[in-house]
Design a protein around this ligand. Structure first.
Ligand SMILES: Cc1cc2nc3c(=O)[nH]c(=O)nc-3n(C[C@H](O)[C@H](O)[C@H](O)COP(=O)(O)OP(=O)(O)OC[C@H]3O[C@@H](n4cnc5c(N)ncnc54)[C@H](O)[C@@H]3O)c2cc1C
Length: 390
């Protein structure tokens, strides 16, 4: 029987999520040959807040106009008790600080534009000049040879060196409110974890982080009791909450430093770092991983793709942004998720100071929108109100 030689490509991308698809799309039509390995879509849908920086990446990929989204013009940040600050897009000359869409919507738009090699990555062997992948295709097996394997297969595929279990679960649901405020996103810190309400059509997407025991209780409540509890915690800024859709939960942890044999293999997106959803940073960081990697792949000679020097350069170029995002979200969760009185006072004073100091607010807005790269991979800086954004 004839043995088929596995196809050879420059880059094999394992993962059918938004980050793997974005990388494949950024390379499509170029001289870099790609195999994107993805199985049947299998995920829990959730709302996703994309930063204005992510919109710029999706625009450059030609995918933005088809993604249905809701603009976030203002972000209102508060904690239970005293202290709040407000960020507005007009202060930075932007049309919006970010946008809310559904994970499924984004994946459908990106995946539909890139060819897929059906299957799921089982394992790989890396050598000096190539990496050989073994894929499962139903009952069958297949192979691919590549200069570089990019793991974009999400959080749960392999062990990571650094794990922090936040002992929080995110309850995700859509709710309606009596007095909705179009274009305003709300982030409220509570002793159990942050609560976000994101504008989503005529509803709000709720991402409510609580301790596991409270999550079980909240899931068991009737709709009206759930909404009454939400109002108690969030306050009356939107009036009463009217209805709630199906509720789902996600366990929350910080994971980074994937344990994966290194030669000719690197990880991006959640496979490289999984963050707490506070301040909506995870996917935005993953899209910057994909964008920057694509630029580097498009810039080097083929023989360099996947070589140790290439991997080291990529790791260096992403480390500021990666550890900035990890540190920022971890700091927020750990400092805000408790009820210690002195800390609550300090946090309140911090929020009030942020509100009184526009430059400090702009610094924070810049990090939330464009991340923490050493040099902006999008080649732009956040301007002050007096200057027009390009
Ligand atoms: C409740 C919640 C709210 C969130 N809100 C936000 C937000 O507002 N803003 C934000 O920026 N981020 C947010 N995030 C984080 C965001 O969802 C992730 O950062 C993002 O989905 C990462 O994309 P990814 O493509 O790297 O991984 P994933 O989305 O996990 O996709 C990985 C893909 O790889 C596939 N796969 C797995 N194993 C294999 C294999 N062996 N072979 C082939 N394919 C495989 C999976 O099926 C999946 O399709 C939130 C997360 C949660 C839990």
């Amino acid at each position: 029987m004839a043995v088929l030689e596995p196809p050879e490509v420059d880059v094999a991308i394992a993962g059918g999520g938004p980050v793997g698809c974005a990388l494949a799309l950024a390379l499509s039509g170029s001289a870099v040959s790609v195999a994107r390995i993805a199985g049947e879509a299998d995920f829990a849908d959730r709302p996703i807040a994309l930063s204005y920086g992510s919109r710029m990446i999706l625009e450059r990929l030609g995918a933005w106009n088809s993604v249905r989204s809701n603009p976030i013009e203002t972000i209102h940040v508060s904690q239970q008790g005293f202290g709040r600050t407000v960020m507005r897009c007009v202060d930075y000359g932007l049309p919006a600080l970010g946008y809310v869409t559904a994970y499924s919507e984004l994946v459908a738009q990106l995946a539909g534009r890139t060819p897929v090699s059906a299957g799921s990555l089982r394992d790989w062997k890396s050598a000096d000049s190539e990496v050989v992948l073994r894929l499962s295709r139903g009952e069958k097996e297949a192979g691919v040879r590549a200069r570089l394997l990019v793991l974009a297969d999400g959080a749960h595929s392999r062990m990571t060196r650094h794990v922090r279990d936040y002992r929080q679960q995110a309850i995700v649901a859509e709710v309606t409110a009596e007095h909705p405020r179009g274009g305003v996103a709300w982030e409220r810190f509570t002793a159990e974890g942050p609560l976000a309400l994101l504008p989503f059509g005529d509803r709000y997407a709720l991402v409510w982080s609580v301790r596991p025991a409270s999550a079980a209780l909240l899931l068991g409540l009737s709709d009206s009791d759930f909404l009454a509890r939400l109002r108690e915690i969030f306050g009356g800024r939107l009036g009463n909450f009217g209805s709630v859709g199906p509720r789902s939960t996600f366990p929350l942890s910080l994971r980074h430093g994937a344990i994966a044999p290194a030669p000719r293999v690197l990880a991006i997106g959640n496979a490289a770092q999984t963050l707490h959803p506070v301040a909506g940073q995870g996917l935005n960081l993953g899209l910057r991983d994909a964008w920057e990697l694509a630029q580097m792949l498009l810039d080097v000679a083929k023989e360099e793709i996947g070589a140790p020097r290439f991997l080291a350069r990529y790791a260096r170029s992403r480390s500021f942004d990666r550890y900035g995002g990890i540190g920022f979200t971890d700091f927020l969760v750990r400092i805000f998720s408790n009820s210690l009185a002195p800390l609550a006072l300090a946090r309140g004073a911090g929020l009030a100071a942020l509100d009184a100091l526009p430059p400090a607010r702009r610094f924070l807005a810049h990090r939330m929108i464009f991340g923490f790269p050493k040099r902006s991979c999008l080649g732009i800086e956040l301007r002050s109100r007096s200057k027009k954004f390009p």
